[in-house]
Design a protein around this ligand. Structure first.
Ligand code: PYC
Length: 336
């Protein structure tokens, strides 16, 4: 029997997929996107599994549903769906969702050229540029980002010790810079990144606690950001961001770029007003910027967080109607 039919717009943001689901939305309980995210995870996660995992998706698949705004000043709400779960915030997902939704006329901005969006991690603002019907650039003014834990030493069996930072940019990231047991992503293969990332994420999760001071449902280290130099002449740095079970982000990762700028700010390597061009594993770029700073209260006391922005682009490449039929043995996907 068919459990659900989902019209989708398929796009990619700087190489990473974004499947915007435009029909078949479950009616979610809650007055914020964070509460709606909890309801989705408890009652409708099978939709995410069916749309994201093989055979309808793949390791890197991600997407979103657009909901009516939760706040009076917002234009819309976004629920992110990914192979890794429902992220509190997703930068490449927002850029793809905004591009697809505006090009298809699914959102009518209150103010031309900008949007206010409720997301599970809080509220974000977006400025976009347009040529005719095509959205050519999307800049996200992200939630506040901060360095949560610095210089944490992890003992990784088979690799040795790694000293890492853990930083928040909408999700919590373990950030690994080149050091004795990690030469940098330029000298590691994708299979080395995929081999060590889950072990490093697990070790960091045991070593430190990450709970967002404003919303305890935003918690836990979910991503590992390995760093390197970058190949493009104007990149400030490159990354390989690992998420889910087997994914390396093809985009430069918006929340990862925010977390990285917060780490570099806290360690004195970037200051307010600086830009930071971040390169992905496939060479695509986001322009990050520290727009401002803000004081936030954390369990370790009052700290200075950054207000980051990330700018990138997306391309729409297809329309798709997907059914999830529970007579199909792989209705809810599989992981190999
Ligand atoms: O762009 O924030 C991002 C993101 C998170 C996971 C994959 N991409």
């Amino acid at each position: 029997m068919i459990k659900g039919t989902y019209a989708c717009i398929d796009a990619h943001t700087c190489g990473n997929p974004v499947r915007l689901v435009t029909s078949g939305h479950p009616n979610l309980k809650g007055s914020t996107m964070s509460e709606k995210r909890q309801d989705f995870l408890e009652n409708y996660d099978w939709i995410r599994q069916g749309l994201m995992f093989e055979p309808r998706g793949h390791d890197m698949m991600s997407g979103a549903f657009i909901y009516p705004p939760c706040s009076d000043n917002a234009d819309a709400g976004i629920l992110f769906i990914e192979t890794s779960g429902c992220l509190p915030m997703c930068g490449h997902g927002t850029i793809g969702t905004v591009t697809s939704a505006l090009e298809a006329g699914l959102i009518t901005p209150k103010e031309p050229g900008q949007l206010v969006l409720d997301v599970p991690a809080g509220q974000i603002r977006v400025e976009y540029q347009q040529e005719g019907k095509k959205i050519t650039s999307v800049k996200i003014f992200n939630v506040a980002a901060y360095l949560a834990h610095r210089d944490v030493t992890l003992e990784i069996e088979g690799l040795g010790s790694l000293t890492v930072d853990v930083s928040y940019g909408g999700n919590y990231y373990v950030i690994v810079e080149p050091q004795d047991n990690f030469p940098g992503i330029d000298e590691w293969s994708a299979s080395e990144i995929l081999q060590w990332s889950p072990i490093v994420r697990e070790a960091a999760s045991r070593a430190v606690s990450c709970i967002h001071p404003d919303d305890p449902t935003v918690c836990g280290v979910s991503h590992v950001l390995w760093t390197g130099k970058g190949q493009e002449h104007n990149s400030d740095a490159a990354n390989a961001v690992f998420y889910g079970d087997k994914a390396i982000d093809r985009s430069p990762c918006g929340t990862g770029t925010s977390a990285r700028m917060a780490q570099l700010f806290a360690k004195g390597h970037l200051k307010a007003g600086d830009t930071f061009i971040h390169e992905s594993y496939i060479g695509s770029q986001f322009i990050g910027r520290i727009e401002d700073t803000v004081q936030i209260s954390t369990p370790n006391g009052e700290i200075t967080a950054i207000k980051p922005s990330i700018q990138g682009w997306a391309h729409v490449f297809g329309q798709n109607t997907i059914t999830i039929d529970d007579d199909d043995p792989y209705a809810f996907g599989f992981i190999v």
